[in-house]
Design a protein around this ligand. Structure first.
Ligand SMILES: Cc1ncc(COP(=O)(O)O)c(C=O)c1O
Length: 581
């Protein structure tokens, strides 16, 4: 089935038009002969065989052509186009099979040839009609023989193992229509989902249709408000399905609320912590979240102590246990100098924004807070790089989040929402919002005027990824994982991937790379490097390493990348390094 879908499309459509023109040509010819014929007695088993073969073989050949030209022609078509073209192809194949059965009879009727005991062809004198398709089939058979000999010779000499992995990767998305691909500049090498997802066609079409319906209902009307509230409710349901997949019961204790941005979720969570004395920011946290804390302290209560723990870049390739011990040591030392009569809030990411390393937050919480009822520690877990990237973000972590603890993330990164949206997840608590935040989509709508696209975006992207039992999320995750392995396998001597010694925490869909020892960036300045790499139409994140004048690159593997784009990326990257000597 997948092959039929992959193959159907423009090529098959052109083929079908060609078939119709042959049929038409012959019919015009036949109509001048005034032959009497009956169609139904000519329908035999052979008719079905011809129809079946055509239905299957033509898309198969078309799929093979697409694979061989995968690096040249990348444009795909919409799913509905593919389906229509396949239906048309079935119709054409059946028509052609009927035509073949009939034309054999017509040949005889017109006196072209008949056989005696099926052995000796007897040609009658008044030869009048010979179907055009026979000549075409003979010509096609002869030329495909020549082409297949050439291809076999070519593949024999150029056979490489990698062709197999490329075939698998190509096949995984080849049956996808343009709906699955982003709206982007042609030839862009986009490896930046960890920053902000590009707009996926299917998602943006859905989102626009929701906006349109909302506008038609007149935004101030109760009907429109109800429409928006139920869109938020549906998104909540889909998120529950994903976030609490393995932990449904506990999931029922949590509320899920939406905000116009990620950072606003952190800010709101912070305002709900009573008697807050200290905020500790993990060294793995994204710098922008540290800015949010700075801003919060300055505006909310400048007497709150803010501790940003220093990043130790040398620890990032160590095992999880070593990294965990170092992190706990750093947090403990911050706690020891904090005012213990007040609450201490700890901000920690579930996935490190730079290396993609999975931080097993459960273990950190369990080590630091042996008894949550007596503890003055509050955990704020940033899942911005985890949700949509990991197959099971949050899940059992929810068992360790209580009272003012919270989990938050963005929908516009790995969840592919076309609009910014922050999601706030915390234990349900009726008294949580003595004063309701003005921009929060909770049980009610925000009191401020907020873009409804915040909700329509996440609703559309969740429908895309999560509905249908998370089929797309799973499929995309597997494809991205294959792409990541493909890239790492090909990376070569000049680069190294910053990965932990503990394989189990290297499972996210992005990595950080830097020049391997013995190599360095060729460009004198960051700006020079940036100018060159963006000129090559590469979209990635450059992370400047604190306290040095060097930088690392963060590379994400969105499912829609093609292997040849990763090869191109490597060529561009190799051009930017030189050996140290
Ligand atoms: C882990 C993490 N948290 C928070 C953010 C900030 O998200 P936003 O840019 O949507 O405010 C980022 C941004 O990349 C991030 O990686």
């Amino acid at each position: 089935m997948a092959v039929l879908k992959i193959g159907s499309g423009r090529k098959v459509f052109v083929f079908d038009l060609f078939v119709w023109s042959i049929i038409l040509f012959d019919f015009i010819k036949i109509s001048t002969k005034h032959l009497n014929f009956y169609l139904w007695p000519k329908i035999t088993f052979g008719t079905f065989v011809v129809a079946g073969l055509l239905i299957y073989v033509v898309p198969l050949i078309s799929a093979a052509i697409s694979f061989f030209f995968r690096n040249t022609f990348r444009n795909t078509i919409s799913s509905s186009w593919r389906d229509r073209s396949f239906l048309f192809h079935c119709f054409t194949s059946i028509a052609f099979a009927l035509f073949v059965s009939l034309s054999t009879e017509l040949e005889v009727l017109s006196g072209f040839q008949t056989t005696y005991f099926g052995l000796v062809p007897i040609t009658l004198i008044s030869y009048e009609y010979s179907p055009l398709y026979k000549k075409v089939v003979y010509a096609a058979a002869a030329s495909s023989f020549v082409i297949s000999v050439l291809i076999s010779v070519f593949s024999f000499f150029s056979y490489r193992k990698e062709l197999k992995s490329e075939l698998i990767l190509w096949f995984r998305l080849a049956n996808s229509s343009s709906d699955y691909f982003p709206k982007q500049k042609a030839n862009l090498i986009f490896v930046n989902t960890a920053s902000m997802a590009p707009t996926i066609n299917w998602i943006s079409t859905k989102e626009e249709s929701y906006r349109h319906t909302y506008q038609r209902k007149v935004p101030t009307s109760d009907d429109a408000k109800h429409y928006l509230t139920s869109a938020a409710e549906e998104s909540r349901g889909l998120l529950r399905e994903y976030l609490f997949h393995e932990n449904r019961e506990r999931g029922g204790d949590f509320s899920i609320e939406f905000l116009p941005g990620t950072s606003r979720a952190l800010e709101i969570g912070l305002t709900q912590i009573e008697n807050l004395g200290t905020i500790v920011v993990s060294p793995y946290e994204h710098p922008s979240q540290n800015n949010v804390v700075e801003w919060f302290v300055a505006t909310f209560n400048p007497s709150i102590k803010h501790e940003k723990l220093k990043v130790d870049y040398s620890v990032l390739q160590k095992s999880w246990n070593e990294q965990k011990m170092r992190l706990i040591e750093q947090i403990n030392s911050a706690i020891s100098t904090a005012d213990n009569s007040k609450r201490i809030a700890i901000l920690i990411s579930e996935v490190h924004y730079l290396t993609g390393m999975v931080i097993i937050v459960n273990e950190i919480i369990e080590t630091l807070r042996r008894n949550y009822r007596k503890s003055n520690l509050v955990f704020m877990v940033d899942g911005s790089q985890a949700v949509g990237n990991l197959r099971q973000p949050l899940n059992t972590l929810a068992n360790n989040l209580h009272r003012e603890d919270f989990y938050y993330f963005s929908a516009h990164k790995w969840l592919l929402s076309p609009n910014t949206c922050g999601v706030f997840v915390a234990e349900q608590n009726a008294s949580r919002y003595a004063i309701k935040p003005y921009d929060l989509f909770g049980a009610g709508l925000p009191s401020a005027t907020v873009d409804p696209g915040v909700i329509f975006g996440i609703r559309s992207s969740l429908q895309y990824l999560i509905s249908d039992k998370m089929a797309n999320l799973e499929k995309f995750h597997e494809t991205s994982t294959l792409l990541k392995s493909y890239f790492i396998e090909k990376i070569g001597d000049q680069f190294e991937v910053i990965q932990s010694d503990s394989e189990e925490i290297n499972k996210s869909l992005f990595i950080a790379v830097r020049p391997r020892s013995g190599y360095r960036w060729k460009d004198k300045s960051v700006q020079e490097f940036w100018d060159e790499i963006t000129r090559d139409a590469v979209d990635l994140t450059r992370v400047d390493i604190e306290g040095t004048d060097t930088w690392w690159l963060r590379i994400s593997f969105p499912y829609f990348l093609q292997p040849h784009q990763l090869k191109q990326l490597l060529t561009h990257l190799r051009a930017r390094v030189t050996s140290v000597n």
